[in-house]
Design a protein around this ligand. Structure first.
Ligand SMILES: Cc1cc2nc3c(=O)[nH]c(=O)nc-3n(C[C@H](O)[C@H](O)[C@H](O)COP(=O)(O)O)c2cc1C
Length: 509
């Protein structure tokens, strides 16, 4: 019997890119998710040291956990803390960018690819109309310790004001503004650490300022809307500005306002923003922090420090705290997996690689960083090897990823059970695994041995496709007959079975 492949480029449901209505800032997003039953307000007082994180961790052991808004603390603190803003929830990701929250992961990836092709430049608004300018402090009037800044894990090196932050830096040569998420430990009222891994654009910008003997200006927002948070965590081209992608995702330009201490603009609709300078050679002991890997990362070590020159905030600001933990409790979860998958798929297409049917970077694999599965319709000898090598090293996937797995087009990469089936039935480890050594990674990877020798990673390129040479002789997989599947689907309710019958990616004629 012949296999019938179902169309893997199924049209997606829900609004098209242009019909979307997206929340424009954190407060609008909170209203949207609260209406959808996706927000839990916690009025009971919590200790900012570990207890807030413990509640978040325990509540978010379920993939469908809501976002949590804490507004009362056992110490005096001005504002609230939002945790699990996106986390493992693909529904909140969809709501953040105006999509149907019921879309399947695969459909969200397709829709995200479509939307991310749009770029809309930011717009400058008058400083007087920027909501973040409700309160402004400069000089000694700045005291970040008055904000509700949590300590997440028992062995963290301190309280972290920035885990769910966004940091702007400028390339001094070209003027391009980069937006990245980099952890920031609170050292004092006006001093904040800035930990950037090697190769990150914020770090390259910082080094470029220092090479010319000047301090690096930065702007950091600590209460941000989810779209800025999402784009700040993605790898775009080194001269691309994440702000243009954020505009595209939100369907209108991100509103910026002029800063008062430097020439970097500030996100006008953020909750809390600082302006500051990172002076060459100025460091303080930083870390560790319990990380997205589920381990404390690198050892406590000197890291650069931001000297804060201005503070802008709303009254009763909301700090976005990103818990770093094992899936599904990590803030880098569903959205990251979907967007990273979309970026990798785009990269392969841009390189002209044919036959790509799906890509997924599963969030349980260290927040989508550990593993990428690509499904490919094999068109020629060597096709799978090409897909594996290019996936492993395209900028969107190169950082950290240890496992790059190719599967045939009948395997949906978002269905982990099917991926495990392909690995277990189509991959012969002695023949089908190649290793790349000394690859781009991070000092946060616990498998790399003592932290002073890091970061040099490695990658396994795993061919879990039917061997191209013998594909005609490869055993037939057990598939339902197409006509029987259709008949059973039509009669589904007659059998007293709940819901809809599952969709099939392949059937037998
Ligand atoms: C919540 C969160 C925390 C992060 N913390 C750090 C960090 O402390 N240091 C770092 O280098 N990257 C961190 N990242 C990853 C970077 O934000 C990500 O790699 C991004 O691509 C960096 O921007 P860039 O590509 O413009 O350099 C974090 C990401 C998220 C979502």
């Amino acid at each position: 019997m012949d296999e019938v492949r179902l169309d893997t480029t199924t049209p997606v449901r829900g609004p098209t890119a242009d019909e979307r209505v997206c929340p424009q800032d954190l407060r609008e997003f909170l209203a949207v998710i609260e209406a959808a039953g996706e927000l839990k307000r916690i009025a009971a007082a919590v200790d900012l040291d570990e207890e807030l994180a413990a509640v978040t961790y325990l509540a978010s052991r379920r993939e469908d956990a809501p976002a949590l808004l804490f507004s009362s603390f056992t110490e005096a603190a001005a504002g609230s803390v939002l945790t699990n803003m996106l986390g493992a929830s693909k529904r909140r990701y969809a709501l953040a960018i105006g999509l149907d929250p019921d879309l399947a992961t695969r459909e969200l990836i397709l829709r995200t690819r479509d939307i991310m092709k749009r770029r809309i430049a930011p717009v400058m608004i008058d400083a007087a109309t920027a909501p973040v300018n409700e309160v402004i402090h400069q000089g000694d009037a700045i005291d970040l310790t008055k904000l509700p800044v949590p300590r997440f894990w028992p062995r963290d090196g301190g309280r972290y004001i920035g885990t769910g932050d966004i940091t702007f830096t400028r390339d001094p040569a070209t003027g391009r503004i980069n937006a990245g998420v980099y952890r920031q430990m609170l050292h004092g009222p006006r001093r904040v650490g800035m930990y950037c891994s090697p190769g990150k654009h914020g770090r390259l910008d910082r080094e470029a300022w220092w090479a010319s003997g000047k301090p690096c200006p930065v702007v950091v927002a600590y209460g941000i809307d989810p779209v800025l948070s999402m784009v700040g965590a993605q790898v775009f081209g080194s001269q691309d500005s994440e702000l243009d992608f954020a505009g595209g995702l939100q369907g209108r330009g991100v509103e910026l306002a002029p800063g008062i201490a430097g020439d970097l603009p500030i996100p006008a609709r953020a909750e809390i923003v600082i302006e500051g300078l990172v002076h060459p050679g100025a460091t303080e002991m930083e870390g560790p922090l319990g990380e997205f890997t589920g381990y404390y990362g690198n050892l406590r070590a000197p890291q650069p420090v931001i000297e804060v020159t201005a503070l802008h905030m709303r009254r009763n600001p909301i700090l976005t705290g990103a818990l770093m933990a094992r899936y599904p409790s990590c803030e880098i979860g569903a959205y990251y997996a979907i967007m990273r998958s979309a970026r990798i798929w785009d990269s392969l297409e841009m390189l002209g690689v044919p036959g790509i049917c799906g890509v997924y970077a599963h969030p349980a694999a260290a927040s989508g960083w550990g593993m990428v599965v690509v499904s490919v319709k094999q068109l020629f000898a060597g096709h799978v090897a090409q897909v594996l090598a290019l996936t492993a090293q395209c900028p969107a996937a190169a950082y950290y990823t240890k496992w790059i797995i190719a599967v045939d087009e009948d395997v949906d990469p978002t269905e982990i059970n099917d991926v495990l089936w392909a690995l277990s039935t189509r991959c012969n480890p002695s023949e089908n695994i190649d290793i790349q050594r000394n690859t781009w990674s991070t000092g946060l990877d616990p498998s790399q041995g003592p932290s002073d020798g890091r970061p040099y990673g490695s990658k396994a390129l795993i061919d879990a496709c039917k061997p191209h040479r013998y594909r005609d002789q490869f055993p037939q997989s057990t598939l339902l007959r197409c006509s029987v599947y259709e008949r059973v689907s039509r009669r589904w309710s007659e059998f007293g079975l709940a819901g809809e019958p599952p969709e099939m990616t392949a059937l037998d004629e």
